[in-house]
Write a protein that binds this ligand. Structure first.
Ligand SMILES: Nc1ncnc2c1ncn2[C@@H]1O[C@H](COP(=O)(O)OP(=O)(O)OP(=O)(O)O)[C@@H](O)[C@H]1O
Length: 291
């Protein structure tokens, strides 16, 4: 894997390796990079190289979805023994004599993706365990993340997948514009953003993206087109608009049958109308329309 790395990735690996072998005194590193720029690949390569040289390495990430991409990755809630919800003055439940406490003490290098929260807790914990009054108890930490990204909401989808969905490789100019938004470079003092010419939708967004495809019955293209929103409520609203554009001839409507099963009191509380209005992530909506 190391041979395939680019220069920036190799530099990160080299710096952390030097720290772990005592060749440098630097202990803290931060790897910043936009989605898909190769951070996970770097952590994974580093993990293998450090392990091969006999070092003990712990990997963690704030979200489960990022943690499962790391070798032996844990969520930081699990790794640090944190309670939910998390506050800045929350404390780790790990004690010095616990198995986890001993493991942390023995760990040479911590690799932590999405290290945006809980850093103070980690600092307090490592100072307590090592009894060394230095930042993070003098342990080596490679922190990383991307301040430009919203956390992933697509189930089982990696960030790279989400980014790939929205930015095709040939749309470099648009991708660069998105990065600038993330970096706060194109916002004015009121956080308004002016779109460059050619990026604005003059008419209706749904019409613009799906209207002509549906009119030409290019349904395969419809299935591979997407408009991304930050909120599920907006996605639901947009889906309705797209479905309304579909031809209604031969349309069938399938409705769910929703009932609260146990107890009259519960049935009064959870009325059928209320249950119909719910739209949990893993279930289809109450009214499902198909051709
Ligand atoms: N040096 C490399 N050689 C070959 N493939 C690479 C290299 N670096 C990254 N990749 C590939 O590029 C893709 C994106 O990399 P990766 O998942 O590490 O990015 P990331 O910065 O962690 O992204 P995100 O922040 O979205 O999780 C992956 O498929 C990864 O295997």
């Amino acid at each position: 894997m190391f041979n395939t790395m680019n220069d920036a990735q190799k530099e990160v690996i080299k710096k952390v390796q030097d720290a772990s072998s005592g060749e440098s005194n630097q202990k803290l590193f931060y790897l910043d990079g936009p989605g898909g720029s190769g951070k996970t690949y770097t952590y994974t390569t580093l993990w293998h190289l450090l392990r091969a040289s006999g070092k003990k390495v712990a990997t963690m990430a704030f979200t489960g979805i990022a943690a499962i991409l790391l070798p032996e990755g844990k969520t930081c809630h699990k790794a640090l023994g944190l309670t939910v919800p998390l506050y800045s003055d929350s404390n780790s439940t790990i004690t010095p004599n616990s198995k986890q406490g001993k493991k942390f003490l023995e760990t040479d290098v911590f690799i932590w993706d999405e290290a945006l929260m809980a850093l103070e807790i980690m600092d307090r914990l490592l100072r307590d365990l090592t009894k060394i009054d230095e930042l993070f108890g003098g342990k080596i930490l490679l922190l990383g993340g991307d301040f430009r990204q919203l956390l992933p909401v697509r189930k089982n989808g990696t960030r790279a997948e989400c980014v790939n969905l929205s930015i095709k490789n040939n749309e470099v100019e648009f991708a660069e514009f998105l990065l600038k938004i993330g970096e706060g470079k194109v916002n004015d003092s009121n956080d308004n953003i002016e779109f460059p010419e050619g990026f604005e939708v003059e008419t209706d967004l749904v019409e613009e993206v799906f209207g002509h495809l549906i009119a030409q019955e290019r349904f395969e293209d419809v299935a591979t087109s997407a408009i991304l929103f930050a909120r599920n409520a907006d996605v639901d609203e947009l889906n309705k608009q797209v479905v309304n554009l579909l031809p209604s001839e031969g349309e069938k409507k399938y409705s769910s049958v929703d009932n609260a099963l146990d107890g009259e009191a519960l049935q009064e509380l959870l009325t059928q109308e209320y249950l119909n209005s719910l739209n949990p992530a893993s279930l289809p909506p109450h009214d499902r329309r198909s051709l």
